[in-house]
Design a protein. Sequence first.
Length: 202
Amino acid sequence: MRPLARSLTLTLALTLAATSCGPAGGASGDAATDARPMLPLPAVQGLVEIEDTNPDPRVVEVNLTAAETDVELVAGRMTRAMTYNGRVPGPLLHARVGDRVIVHFTNNLAEPTTVHWHGLRISDVMDGSPRVQTPVPAGGTFTYDFVVPDAGTFWYHAHVHETQQMEKGLYGAIVVHEAEPPAFRAERVLVLDDIRLNTARQ
C-alpha cells in the first residue's frame, strides 16, 4: 500500500443519532442520581467494539495490538495494511464520562509506534506524543492509563511516522457517553477514509 493521498477525511465520527426525545425525566440531584443503578452503555452500531476485560463498570480495560495484516478492502482482493487488532479501522473504544481507561498496547510492527488519543483531555504522558513518550519499540508493550473527562466522539491513531502508519490503517474511533445519555433510537459511528491502491490492490 502506498501512502495515501488524502486530506484526512477521517470524518471520524460523525456519531449519527436519531434523537427522539431529550434526557429521560425523573428525580434530579446528585443524591437521586447516585441511588440509581448504573445502566449499560448504549449500543453503538457500525464498528466492532473492543472487548472490555474488567468487570468493574467504571473501568474499561482492553488489549490493543498493532500489526501488519492482510485485509479485504476490495472484494476478493487482499491488501497488506497496518491494523489495530487485525482491523481497519481499529475496534471501537467505548466508555462513559469519568471512566478509567486502561489500554494494554502491544507493538507487533517491525518499527516503533505510539497511540495518540485524539481530542481527549488527558495527561500528556499518556497521550502518545513522541515528544513526551518514548515510542514503543518493535515487539514492545506499553500500558496507557487515563480517565476520560468529556463526552463526545473522538479517535485514536498512530503518532509516529503518521504519513505511513496512519495512512496504512492505524486509526480507530472512540465514543464517550454522558453519565446519563439522552434517549435515542439508534447511534452509529462512521469512519470515512480514502485509500489509494495500485493495480495490485496494494
